[in-house]
Design a protein around this ligand. Structure first.
Ligand code: ADP
Length: 497
């Protein structure tokens, strides 16, 4: 009988998870293990590589155990991961030379400022699709090599750089392959999206020897067999993709123009642009969607820094609600915000505004403004920020998407989803399987081992759960958006430079 189980390893920023699916995408079992965050200095964030690895192995083994899964039924394993987090280890021993430097870590901001001062922004954008930023792996790796004086060792090929996908593949797959997939490579600021290869000019700019870089593989391809010591049998490890890319695939956004938005702590919106590498004029990133059969599919990406985090702020700092779910009840207890807007620019604003100097702003207050108005304004702000991203994508592509596919914790909020649909004037669709990131990795793995005959064949797994249709009259929507944009302008350029 054909093997019928696919397992995704979902290595996130705060926890490592494993999820077992049947071939129709139903979740059979999952297990999650948290691991510590290390903050050595303000603005610095690290992970212990051993904790990443141990938690991921435990999550996999426990998933198999709690799901009572017969290991011989597992067709393939796919890896999806927190992106940009940077590791460096010795080729000989596998030992990391330093903790993992996490994507959030700002320690290399000065290096990025220098690149910008030196006029390298356009070069970097042109080659990598990225806006120069300390998030991306390139300057983190350059910092490690410089700080630990490892250039010569790296030149000699004695060191391996990798993002988390690469690190896991090295440790979990027999024969220790040193590989990364194209979606992860695309977040290093070292990878040329057009040539699909490490870029010599960028490597030179950051003084990074090519000898330490992994081989770039497809997002769906058999990398090797799982080390049998982990589950007692070798199993094909057959996919790797960064979390947002896996979720785009898990949402079956397989054709150009399809868009998904994940409402987590922040929101991540990606639009499939097919084989066209679209350059944004509105501050969005160009990125890989995935690479299959050597063929790149591209995407546009934008993010909202304060998504669900705005709701956490209402709960933890303002004490206006006692749970995230309560926000919906409170918001719907009033018919509108009564003209109140909250711009949650707590850490500045991203695309399409890009103002690091803006700060949170609450406007339109009157003597009658109450808790419910503010809570409602916070939820609406998540939708407005996402609508601005969608508008930017539509302008860059010259076409408005037909619908928005959603997932993530805050997409459970019915009010937010209806308002999102109203304010964007597109249907908002929630799938039955909300584990889209893990599902995407599982589908990519299933595709590589022939469980699915083609990319299109994976799409039958995606099933609609709820659809929110736009209901708001045009004049009301325009009025609200106008108010939002006025409020955003009030928040801009607030802190002194
Ligand atoms: P992450 O993966 O970033 O940790 P999740 O997808 O688990 O995020 O979503 C958690 C976020 O969603 C939190 O910021 C929380 O405030 C928000 N959230 C969860 N449920 C709701 C809800 N019903 N309404 C609004 N926000 C919610």
């Amino acid at each position: 009988m054909a093997k019928k189980i696919l397992i995704a390893l979902d290595q996130g920023t705060t926890s490592s998870r494993a999820v077992a699916f049947d071939t129709m995408g139903h979740v059979l079992a999952s297990h999650s293990v948290e691991f510590p965050q290390i903050f050595p200095q303000p603005g610095w964030v690290e992970h212990d590589p051993n904790a990443i690895l141990a938690s991921q192995i435990t999550a996999l083994q426990q998933t198999v155990r709690v799901g009572n899964i017969d290991v011989s039924d597992i067709a393939a394993i796919g890896i999806t991961n927190q992106r940009e987090t940077t590791l460096l280890w010795e080729r000989e021993t596998g030992k990391c030379v330093y903790n993992a430097i996490v994507w959030q870590c700002r320690r290399t901001s000065h290096m990025v400022d220098k690149l910008i001062e030196d006029g390298k922004t356009e070069l970097i954008r042109e080659k990598t699709g990225l806006v120069p930023d300390a998030y991306f792996s390139g300057t983190k790796l350059a910092w490690l090599l410089e700080h630990l004086q490892l250039h010569e060792k790296a030149e000699r090929g004695e060191l391996c750089f990798g993002t988390v996908d690469s690190f896991l593949a090295w440790h979990l797959v027999q024969g220790r392959p040193h590989v990364t997939d194209a979606t992860n490579a695309g977040r290093t600021m070292l990878f040329n999206l057009t040539t699909q290869a490490w870029d010599d000019e960028l490597l030179q700019l950051l003084d990074i020897p090519k000898a330490c870089l992994p081989r770039v593989v497809d997002s769906s391809e058999i990398i090797g067999m799982l080390d049998p010591s982990i589950l007692g049998r070798p199993i094909p490890v057959a996919a790797m993709a960064g979390d947002q890319h896996a979720s785009l695939f898990g949402q079956a956004c397989l054709t150009p123009g399809m868009v998904k938005n994940t409402y987590g702590t922040g929101c991540f919106m990606l639009m499939n642009t097919g084989d066209k590498l679209v350059r944004s004029n509105h501050g969005l990133l160009s990125t890989m969607a995935w690479r299959i059969g050597g063929k790149p599919t591209y995407a546009l990406e934008g993010s909202v820094f304060m998504g669900g985090a705005t709701i956490q702020w209402l709960r933890d700092e303002m004490k206006l609600i006692s749970s995230a779910a309560e926000s919906e009840v409170v918001a719907t207890s009033v018919p509108s915000t009564g003209g109140v807007y909250l711009v949650p620019a707590f850490t500045g604003l991203g695309a399409p505004w890009w103002d690091m100097y803006s700060r949170g702003t609450l406007v339109g207050l009157t003597r009658g403004t109450g808790r419910a108005h503010v809570v409602r304004a916070a939820l609406e702000a998540i939708a407005y920020q996402s609508a601005d991203l969608m508008e930017a994508m539509a302008r860059d592509c010259g076409a408005t998407p037909g619908r928005l596919q959603v997932d993530g914790g805050a997409s459970a909020n019915g009010f937010l989803m209806q308002f999102q649909s109203d304010i964007m004037k597109v249907p908002v669709v929630r799938p039955q399987v909300m584990e889209t990131t893990a599902l995407g990795a599982a589908l990519l793995a299933g595709l590589a081992v022939g469980v699915y005959a083609s990319v299109e064949d994976t799409a039958r797994v995606w099933q609609r759960d709820l659809c929110f249709e736009p209901e708001m009259p045009d004049d009301e929507r325009e009025q609200l958006l106008k108010g939002w944009h006025r409020a955003v302008r009030r928040s801009l350029d607030w802190i002194e430079k």
